[in-house]
Design a protein around this ligand. Structure first.
Ligand code: KIV
Length: 269
C-alpha cells in the first residue's frame, strides 16, 4: 500500500498493477467526502457524472453539463492531497476532438482534475490520441456505458456473448494503443475482465466486473447505503454494522486490497 505522502500519478498506478497491488477508487463529488476518502486511504477519486443521479436526483447521467462537472471537480480538488483526481467528460462534450480538448481544458484548468474519463470504444481512438498529445491523461470506459442508456435501452451487462466480448477486447486494445492511461470496465463478465486485465499494460478498474481486475470503483453513495431503492447487484453497503463513514470507506478499501470485494454474490461469472 502506498504511504500517506506518496502522490498518486498514472505512473504510480501502473507500478501498482505491476506489483499486483489493487487500486482503490471511489466516486467523490465534494470537499468533505474528499477528506474522508483520503483519510481512509482511497487511491483514486472519480468525479463521476453519476453525480447527476445521486446528487442532483436526475434519472440518468445525460443531463449533466460541463459546468456541473467543473464545479464538483473544483470542490474535490480544493481538499485533495494525495489521491489522483479523475473527472468525467459529460455527455456529448467529446463529440469532436476540438470539443474534447476544450472540455478537458476546463476540467483540468478550473476543475483541478489530473485525468479525464470518456465513454466509448475504438471510434474515440483519434480523440484519445489528440488529448494525450496535448498533455491530457485519459481514462477510457468500456462495457456498460451509462451515457448511452437511451441507445442501449437500459442498464445491462455487456460482452456476454463471444461477439460482444471480442468487440470490447478490440476497443480496449485500440484505446490503449491511442494512449489511454487507465480503463474502467463496467458490468462485464468476470472472465472477460480478468483476461483484459492480464492482457493490457494499463490498469483495469472494474465495477461489476469481478475481483480479478487491477482495481475497483464504486459509487460512493451506494457503499454508504444512501441510494434509494435496490442497490446494484455489484455494489455493497459498507455502512451496514459500522459506526461512521470513515470506517465504512476504510472497510471497502481493505476488502478491495485483499481481493475479498467483489465476492461471487456481486459478480457475473
Ligand atoms: O460516473 C461514474 O460514477 C462512473 C463510475 C460508475 C465508473 O463512471
Amino acid at each position: 500500500m502506498p504511504t500517506s505522502t506518496d502522490r498518486m500519478t498514472s505512473a504510480a498506478l501502473i507500478a501498482m498493477k505491476q506489483r499486483g497491488e489493487r487500486i482503490v477508487c471511489l466516486t467523490c463529488y465534494d470537499a468533505a467526502f474528499c477528506r474522508v476518502l483520503e483519510r481512509a486511504g482511497v487511491d483514486v477519486l472519480l468525479v463521476g457524472d453519476s453525480l447527476g443521479m445521486v446528487v442532483q436526483g436526475q434519472a440518468t447521467t445525460v443531463p449533466v453539463t460541463l459546468e456541473h462537472m467543473v464545479y464538483h471537480s473544483a470542490c474535490v480538488s480544493r481538499a485533495r492531497e494525495r489521491a489522483l483526481l479523475i473527472a468525467d467528460l459529460p455527455f456529448l462534450s467529446y463529440a469532436s476532438g476540438g470539443r474534447a480538448l476544450d472540455a478537458a481544458a476546463r476540467l483540468m484548468g478550473e476543475g483541478g482534475a489530473a485525468m479525464v474519463k470518456l465513454e466509448g470504444g475504438a471510434e474515440l481512438a483519434g480523440t484519445v490520441r489528440r488529448l494525450t498529445r496535448f498533455g491530457v491523461p485519459v481514462c477510457a470506459h468500456l462495457g456498460l456505458l451509462p451515457q448511452s442508456v437511451h441507445r442501449l435501452g437500459g442498464y445491462r451487462y455487456q460482452g456476454r456473448d463471444a461477439a460482444g466480448a471480442a468487440r470490447i477486447r478490440a476497443d480496449a486494445l485500440a484505446l490503449q494503443e491511442a494512449g489511454a492511461a487507465l480503463l474502467v470496465l463496467e458490468c462485464v463478465p468476470a472472465e472477460l475482465a480478468a483476461a483484459l486485465a492480464a492482457e493490457l499494460a494499463i490498469p483495469v478498474i472494474g465495477i461489476g466486473a469481478g475481483n480479478r481486475c487491477d482495481g475497483q470503483v464504486l459509487v460512493l453513495y451506494d457503499i454508504l447505503g444512501l441510494t434509494p431503492g435496490r442497490p446494484p447487484r455489484f455494489s455493497k453497503d459498507f455502512m451496514a454494522g459500522r459506526g461512521n463513514i470513515t470506517e465504512a470507506v476504510a472497510a471497502y478499501a481493505a476488502e478491495v486490497r485483499a481481493g475479498v470485494f467483489p465476492g461471487p454474490e456481486h459478480t457475473l461469472a
